[in-house]
Design a protein. Sequence first.
Length: 140
Amino acid sequence: MITNKKTGKSKNLSGPELVAEFLNNLEHPLKEVIEAVRKIVLSTDHKITEHIKWNAPSFCYEGEDRMTFNLHGKGYIRLVFHCGAKVKDRNTIEPLIVDTSGILEWQAVDRAIMKFTDKNDVKAKEEKLREIITKWIEVI
């Protein structure tokens, strides 16, 4: 909820409005990278929505958080692929999806990170990012 400083009235913002406001106020050296990755994620599947979670843009599929930015790296940003806030018991030791490129850094069988350093890096990884997003939302 946002409060208008002039009128003192509060208004509820939608997820995309919250993300737009967050990015508008964000001072980050890789802001263009964040915006480029955001555009790719949202354009990969029309069912992907966004909001703010853990003080960063987060992406949902069918109402469940699936990807969240981590903006605290030095010289890079991370897009964290996850299965929501609650850990689910998975009876496997294999990663959730197959990543033949090795571009993902696996933190657990159902949690992986993709790093981006600059706009050229985003452009170079765009096709693989779209492929990973599609696989990720298919298996969840």
